[in-house]
Design a protein around this ligand. Sequence first.
Ligand code: PXG
Length: 440
Amino acid sequence: MSSGNDKLDAYWMPFTANRDFKMNPRVITGASGHYYTSQDGSKLYDTFSGLWTSGVGHCHPKIVEAVQKQVAELDYCMTFQVTNNKAIELAEKVTGIAPEGIDHCFFTNSGSESVDTALKIALGYHRARGEGNRTRLIGRERGYHGVNFGGMSVGGIVPNRKVFSANLIPGVDHIRHTHDIKRSAFTRGLPEQGAELADDLERLCALHDGSNIAAVIVEPVAGSTGILPPPVAYLKRLREICDQHGILLIFDEVITAFGRLGTAFAADRFDVTPDIITTAKGLTNGVIPMGAVLVRDSVYDAFMQGPENMIELFHGYTYSGHPVAAAAGLATMQVYEDEGIFEQANGLEMHFEDLLHSFADHKHVIDVRNFGLMGAIEMAPRDDAPGARGGETHKKCFWDENHIVRNGMDTLQLSPFLNSDPDEMEQSFNAIRRVLDTLE
Ligand code: PXG
């Protein structure tokens, strides 16, 4: 069926209400720093820094230059059997800032691919060590680990799973999510209560026997589902239980890596080292699609057995370690370092928290949550139309206030630039408040 806007008909948009969108399209044609330009020439402030991707701002000159140079020097080179210099350099750079003991890096092209790669590595690791019975994978309710079959299966976002319910990969179970609005609404930072929710993993170890479980995957701070910071001491408890049962702990840091929590990785901020870390987004500042899976030495070493002429892991993508993506990644890492981006993010955290929590008094708001530079303002759903308040906020911010504001149903998700200007940040919250004041 035609959308009524024939020009857009060929284009099937991801995670978007296509027909609604095409009646009144919001099209971006340019970007610079903290602003987008729309096709009518308006300048829009981006409160989501891309899609959690573009922490140092759009079209950063250093990254643009590196990509332009690289594409003219080496546009592509397979990384099966030969490789390129930039992929080698980036693996070294990223493992150099990773937690101690995490010294190996496998490249992918997205967060979803990083997650599925990590799950395969976890299964391969146990098999290589003679524990091929460890096949169970454990995710968490409300978790988002991308949209490929593995990530969707360990994920816990119901609308993403519903249609594929019978086709999810077998042998997956979920621990409970940590959201507890009754006890923890309007908490600043980590909820004090709820560490005991990690013990839900003990329940699954008792049910399946821990010796059959390969890995547990969690987002250190759940993002997509509407920002759920973990309760104090929760992640440490999860680590302990994994250690007791020989289970690998995977942190899905597609959002939290590279400064979002004011540190290189969430693992640093929480002082909990997982066995595998999945990344994407901030790896290249969103400029070229790329992901990376970072693994502990013991995981890598387990694969490096057997005949030296044999492939150890039958896995990889045509574009794993793409030289232009890797050049973007290298330039991004340099910007993080040269401009003290993680420290800047850290310095902004309290200002961001204050601005977010100033919405606690708003009549529609039922919770505000934040950690690092991740924030959510949750509104009560309208009785007859769940999601409508969030959707209207997004559209009114775009058309009336020249702001990009992301909503998931009635929760507004804020992902400010890691190098935000504090005044601009404040103005963006003023714009959101003006819009919320107009909502029914
Ligand atoms: N893991 C996590 C933790 C993510 O946040 C993915 C995996 C998948 O990455 P790719 O690159 O395959 O999309 C993500 C992606 C939102 C939102 O509104 C977040 C994501 C995707 C779509 C929407 O917060 N994160």
